[in-house]
Design a binder for this molecule. Sequence first.
Ligand SMILES: Nc1ncnc2c1ncn2[C@@H]1O[C@H](COP(=O)(O)OP(=O)(O)OP(=O)(O)O)[C@@H](O)[C@H]1O
Length: 265
Amino acid sequence: MTEAEGNLLEVENLKVSYRNKMAVDGISFSMKPSEVLAIVGESGSGKSTVLKAVIGLLGKEAEVYGSIRLRGRELLSLSDRERRGLNGRGMAMIFQNAGASFCPIRRIGTQITESIRAHEDWSREQIRARAEELMDAIGLEHSVWDAYPFSLSGGMGQRAGILSAMMLSPELLLADEPTSALDTVTQMKVVRELLKIRKKERSAILLVTHHMGVARAMADKVLVMKKGHAVEYGTAEQIFLNPQEAYTRCLIDAVPCVPRGKAVG
Ligand SMILES: Nc1ncnc2c1ncn2[C@@H]1O[C@H](COP(=O)(O)OP(=O)(O)OP(=O)(O)O)[C@@H](O)[C@H]1O
């Protein structure tokens, strides 16, 4: 098996522009099955745009070039219908405020059941059993299944989002700032739960985060972005223990790091 054949995801020279303004300018990276890759960088560096390109959520105003292959299959040339077919088992996404992506006045379990049935011919009992297995794995009370999203705290809503995304054991889980709307203690709880679920389900995770502590706790590999470009890309050990660029060191130090007379960025 060649190196490329062992990859789950390969992104090659990805470029995305919004109305002629370049947001992502030639990004390349690859992920092995069950690997965690964190994309970090300052606000506006293009992190979320990369994630949206992978999951196919860029709006019509975006122009995309390059290649994104999942298990060797080019995603940029798929029809909307083929794309939808990948959702669930191929890929799933957790958003920053996952609780808010549920309809607030319909029970969590009802909504998850409907989304599973859009893909799979599972009985209610099968769906409930799978949900309980996952809830046990992440320490989520079973009562969440019958709860209304509006009644959940931010942390509970986020964990309900993880539950929903993991129901079909996606090969690739995309997580856009999955902990940034949470307080510090809940952030670390959610990180632990994501790591537990990754170990259990063997999903790869493509994570976008501002939070270097979260990247450090979760990532096997790190891609550092600045103004649409890759500044550094390597194993978490290389990036955190031996960063080559001043920009990366600033992010790691997480303190304002402005060279005399010059703004960083
Ligand atoms: N729909 C859009 N239309 C026009 N420009 C956009 C759109 N979405 C993003 N951009 C621009 O593309 C660039 C990259 O944005 P993106 O959201 O990918 O960055 P980011 O690193 O994820 O930022 P943040 O950490 O603040 O979410 C920014 O200059 C942003 O203003």
